[in-house]
Design a protein around this ligand. Structure first.
Ligand code: TXE
Length: 480
């Protein structure tokens, strides 16, 4: 039984109280490793290490920080297969998905910010002939980075890379449900020769180790990704302490399909945006809005393709859907299927737990579900399910599509399918989402601002946004 260790001050160590939690393999429904149940003392040790490392790391020439991060990215590339398999075992996702998306993107995150930092400039303002103003952007200090279970190494590196590139030192906590790849990453940090204390990884429960990170007075900035409910708790602790705060939270994203769309592209991509990663991506289009004249043929073809998706052993390269993250999350998803029935929805396919044979017979597998006939204001259409479940609703006019799209408390992403680009630009300007894709989904340029509005988040990640978040701006005005 692998015992995962914390990475504090450049060394791997068990939790100070010696307590561990079970870590499950969702495809088998069995405990396969142990994760530290770290507490305040472990977090305090990590913050002390980060504080001690900050003076030298923050003044290290950017070129040297960049080279260190690029060495880490190269090691992630080198261990692609090992990390992808570990990610698949830890999350239940198909290994092919981890190999094609999660791990390559983790390396890309690190490489992107390692190079972006070389070009991160600030500005100067000349005030007539009276004064020159120059702005400095210096690293905030020790940053707290808290990441979720759905894209573990992908979202972990999406936070720590800009923080480290900007010259911050970091205390990071991955989700206790998916600690493995962060643990393997800490071994790569040791191999790469990352100076001790620059990055510290404390494993543990959100309400214990996570809360200890949020409330530690020497952590100046918090970057969080996870559920909206948890984001509220994080903000309640961090805001009164005047910490910089970045919250990436839930979504209930509209996927708007006009009758003049490229049907095959819209159809094939909508299957992806509905069920990739078992629907456990905050950017999934879980509410599909289809123009009335296209509704019947779309639903018929979509159901056919959803049924054809192979649900199976995540290590099988034919598998399209693996296991969802936990028994609790599986039961949450199944409870929403029951709710949809109570709300007069019609389940056209899926929505049941399926029991596979062989090693996966105890795994947490849910058939992709397609639901029609629901009102847009019902709970099934308002609350984030975060599983392989979509609802499909018709609309008659562009205005109605926009109204339906904006009818939830969330505002993370939206997708629009139309060949009429005037319509696309009009609708894009009116949907209340931080991210809008037109005739594509999850097409990512890491320079773009990433994040949501309303209850989907505060702040933006990506590009200069991330580097500005992890730095403090100061304006110096010199009288001429
Ligand atoms: O998130 P949690 P989980 C959403 C989605 C999903 C929900 C739950 O709605 O259903 O989050 O996923 C730590 N103080 N998204 O369980 O519980 C926790 O240990 C400090 C959307 O991953 O919010 C974990 O490391 N930290 C999201 C992290 O917060 C705390 C992607 C997230 O945990 C804490 C994933 C506390 N009090 C899930 N409580 C997106 N927008 O990408 C928990 N944590």
């Amino acid at each position: 039984m692998v015992k995962i260790l914390n990475y504090i001050n450049g060394a791997l160590a068990g939790p100070s109280q010696g307590q561990y939690m079970d870590n499950f393999n969702p495809a088998e429904g069995k405990v396969y490793s142990l994760v530290p149940d770290s507490g305040i003392e472990d977090v305090a040790n990590a913050v002390t290490a980060a504080m001690e490392a900050f003076p030298s790391w923050s003044v290290l020439p950017v070129e040297k920080r960049s080279r260190m991060l690029q060495r880490l990215a190269d090691l992630v590339d080198r261990d692609l297969d090992k990390l992808a398999l570990a990610e698949s075992i830890d999350t239940g996702k198909p290994v092919l998905l981890a190999r094609r998306m999660d791990i390559p993107r983790a390396a890309a995150n690190i490489r992107f910010f390692a190079t972006a930092m070389l070009h991160f400039s600030s500005e100067a303002h000349i005030t007539d002939s009276a004064a020159i103003n120059y702005t400095t952007r210096t690293p905030v200090g020790v940053a707290g980075c808290i990441s979720p279970w759905n894209l573990p190494l992908y979202l972990f590196t999406w936070k720590i890379a800009p923080a480290l590139a900007a010259g911050c030192t970091v205390v990071a906590k991955p989700s206790e449900l998916t600690p493995m790849t962060a643990f393997l990453f800490s071994e790569l940090c040791i191999e790469a020769g990352l100076p001790q204390g620059v990055l510290n990884i404390v494993h543990g429960a959100g309400a214990k180790a996570g809360q200890a990170i949020i409330e530690h007075p020497d952590i100046s900035a918090i970057s969080f990704t996870g559920g909206t409910a948890t984001g509220k708790k994080v903000a309640l602790t961090a805001a009164p302490m005047f910490k910089k705060l970045s919250l990436e939270m839930g979504g209930k994203n509209p996927n708007i399909i006009f009758a003049d769309c490229d049907f095959e592209k819209a159809m094939s991509t909508s299957i992806q945006s509905s069920f990739t990663n078992q629907g456990e991506i905050c950017l999934c289009g879980s509410r599909i809005l289809v123009e009335k004249s296209l509704f019947e043929p779309f639903v018929e073809e979509f159901v056919k393709r959803a049924k054809a998706l192979k649900i199976g052993d995540p290590v099988d390269e034919e598998t399209a859907l693996g296991a969802v993250i936990s028994a609790a999350h599986m039961n949450k998803i199944l409870s929403y299927i029951e709710l949809a029935k109570q709300e007069k929805g019609k389940i056209l396919t899926g929505g049941k737990r399926i029991t596979l044979s062989g090693r996966c017979k105890g795994g947490y597998f849910v058939e992709p579900a397609v639901i029609v006939g629901l009102d847009h204001q019902c709970r099934t259409n308002q609350e984030e399910i975060f599983g392989p479940v979509v609802t499909i609703m018709p609309f008659e006019t562009e205005e109605e599509a926009i109204h339906l799209a904006n009818s939830t408390a969330y505002g993370l992403s939206a997708t629009i399918w139309t060949e009429n680009l005037k319509c696309a630009h009009r609708v894009a300007s009116k949907v209340k989402s931080g991210i809008v894709w037109v005739n594509c989904w999850l097409f990512r340029d890491l320079r773009t601002p990433f994040g949501g509005m309303k209850q989907s988040g505060i702040g933006r990640e990506g590009g200069w946004e991330a580097l500005k978040f992890f730095t403090e701006a100061k304006n110096v005005c010199v009288k001429l």
